[in-house]
Design a protein around this ligand. Structure first.
Ligand code: IYR
Length: 229
């Protein structure tokens, strides 16, 4: 045992420290990160230019650095680059989305989506070189077939998705947080077990030569913050 390891309540701990930034340094770093992250946009215009598999592996490892309830990491990432499977996913998603856009979604919902310009057609599901489908694991099954609890699965997967989007942005790539509804067809097409439920579908790729996004504004600090000082 070194001085960076010890046992607490019978469990191994390792010493943890961070580089300390102060003064202007900490203000500048936080500001620069904000400006860099503020440049991330959800995009629908993908290029079919290939992405190295190692990049996908690295962004998935980044997602798995997210905190999770009792460190259960209650997620499975299905990574699809097979064109046949992408096509089947597109066809199934468009079938559901067609129904949604033609009666299942409320008038006010459709109105809210107008500035974003979405419709039932989802060509990006075939064009983007990779689709990542995040499944939330509502429980685990161990090697003996016993059911083991997971905790705060929704929150954990949401945070992992945030890390994933940040890693995608860092690689200079684009993504779309797509939630075809209902999304049970993904569990069937990807042959996932009953303890895994589809959470989010993300096409990932380079932006198309021409890529347009709505001229959206984000809330100001004042609009979204209440300070108790
Ligand atoms: N799932 C549909 C509709 C949709 C819903 C929301 I809320 C969005 O922000 C965008 C789209 C679709 O993917 O088109």
């Amino acid at each position: 045992m070194t001085d960076s390891q010890k046992v607490i309540n019978g469990h191994p701990y390792v010493r943890y420290s961070r580089d300390i930034y102060e003064g202007e340094d900490i203000i500048n770093r936080s500001r620069q990160f904000y400006e860099w992250l503020d440049a991330r946009r959800t995009c629908r215009d993908f290029s079919d230019k290939p992405i190295p598999k190692a990049v996908i592996q690295n962004i998935l490892l980044s997602a798995s650095a997210a905190p999770s309830g009792a460190h259960k990491q209650p997620w499975t990432f299905c990574v699809v680059s097979d064109p046949e499977l992408k096509k089947r996913i597109r066809v199934a998603a468009e079938e559901e989305e067609y129904e949604s856009y033609n009666g299942r979604m409320s008038e006010s919902w459709m109105k809210d989506l107008e500035p974003i310009g979405t419709n039932w057609r989802k060509p990006f599901l075939e064009i983007a070189p990779y689709l990542i489908i995040i499944f939330r694991k509502i429980f685990e099954i161990d090697e003996q077939g016993n059911k083991l609890n997971n905790y705060y699965v929704q929150e954990s997967c949401g945070i992992a998705a945030g890390f994933l989007l940040t890693a995608i942005h860092n690689a200079g790539l684009i993504a779309l947080t797509h939630t075809p509804s209902p999304m049970n067809f993904l569990a069937q097409l990807l042959q996932r077990p009953d303890n895994e439920k589809p959470f989010l579908l993300l096409p990932i790729g380079y932006p198309a030569d021409e890529c347009w996004v709505p001229d959206l504004r984000r809330k100001s600090l004042q609009q979204m913050t209440i300070w108790y000082e």
